[in-house]
Design a binder for this molecule. Structure first.
Ligand code: ATP
Length: 311
């Protein structure tokens, strides 16, 4: 049996879900002089669309590794395990990160980031090194979208995405997610956005932040029937459409199917349309599929329980 440095055994391991993230609002501000990243005001909402992530003992004679069909090259989830070991000295025997991908890859839904956050949560659970500040620091070091995945749900992000304020409840309604068969790289989309228009000023970002906070407080109080249309803005949308015109076609198709509003997801190329409820979203998704689009239904979600893997 594999024994951790904290005296625990990992047994057959543990698993959890790693939810996709939707940016209900994404506003891009000035570039920070210290690290060259943009200041953001971003409403992040987890979705029922999720990867399954498990941390289990590696096969006999193996090393730490990842099994993630559909993703080639370096995997952020394995980076997370390595960072956790290095920071905590967790010396339990070799582990495999096993991922079943459902979140579209390179699609602006934080797929790699949420998998990495799930690994940090699993490693903390299995090792007993469950220090929130340390996890937060490790997550921020892995990427701007990783901290949100430590506690999936509704949050307002500032800084480059790493400064989070969490809110109770989830955004009302349901979404249809339209996958594109093209990927967009996040840095490329930011660069194109900078070429198309100057970023917002710090004052403008702050004014938006106050408006968004008021809406999110109303969500937590159960007072909001729908997320206000005027807050559903994505400053990266125009750049994503410019780089991949098919993104614009998907937005138009979602709008024609009744989405209000339809938005580019993060840096794209996935698009998402808001509907009043799951039933309406289901009808729209059916229509979009009949038009040849790859459409999924998801609902806003919070939480991601960890369960032990049965031996
Ligand atoms: P962002 O967090 O910037 O919104 P994204 O959602 O657009 O990212 P990802 O799905 O995270 O994009 O994929 C971006 C790149 O990361 C891909 O090229 C992919 O190969 C790599 N990657 C590394 N690990 C993973 C993972 N666990 N899942 C998906 N992609 C991963």
């Amino acid at each position: 049996m594999t024994r951790s440095s904290a005296g625990r055994t990992v047994g057959a391991g543990a698993r959890t879900v790693a939810p996709a993230k939707l940016n209900a609002t994404l506003l891009v501000g000035p570039v920070r002089p210290d690290d060259g990243r943009h200041e953001l005001t971003s409403v992040m909402q987890s979705l029922s669309l999720a990867d399954d992530v498990a941390l289990v003992p590696a096969p006999e004679g193996g090393t730490d590794g990842v099994d993630c069909p559909g993703v080639t090259g370096d995997n952020l989830a394995l980076d997370a395990l390595r960072a956790f070991r290095e920071a905590t000295g967790w010396s339990v025997g070799p582990l495999t990160v096993r991922i079943v991908k459902r979140i579209p890859v390179a699609a602006g839904m934080a797929g790699g980031s949420t998998d990495a956050a799930a690994v940090l949560r699993l490693a903390a659970h299995l090792s007993g090194h469950d220090a929130p500040d340390l996890l937060q620091e490790l997550a921020a070091g892995l990427g701007a979208d990783v901290p949100h995945g430590l506690r999936p749900g509704l949050a307002l992000a500032a800084g480059a995405g790493e400064r989070l304020v969490r809110f109770g409840g989830v955004l009302p309604g349901a979404v249809v997610v339209v996958r594109a068969d093209v990927g967009l790289s996040t840095p490329t989309v930011f660069r194109r956005a900078d070429e198309l228009a100057p970023p917002r000023t710090a004052e403008d970002l702050e004014a938006w932040r106050l408006r968004v906070v008021a809406a999110l407080e109303a969500v937590g109080g159960g007072e909001l029937a729908r997320y206000p249309d005027e807050l559903a803005v994505n400053d990266l949308g125009a750049a994503a459409v410019d780089l991949e015109p098919v993104v614009g076609e998907h937005l138009a198709a979602l709008g024609a199917a009744g989405a209000a509003p339809a938005l580019v997801c993060g840096s794209g190329a996935t698009t998402v349309g808001w509907f009043a409820d799951e039933a309406t979203a289901t009808v729209a998704a059916r229509r979009l599929r009949s038009e040849g689009l790859d459409a999924l239904i998801a609902v806003p979600s919070a939480g991601a329980p960890i369960v032990e893997v049965e031996a």
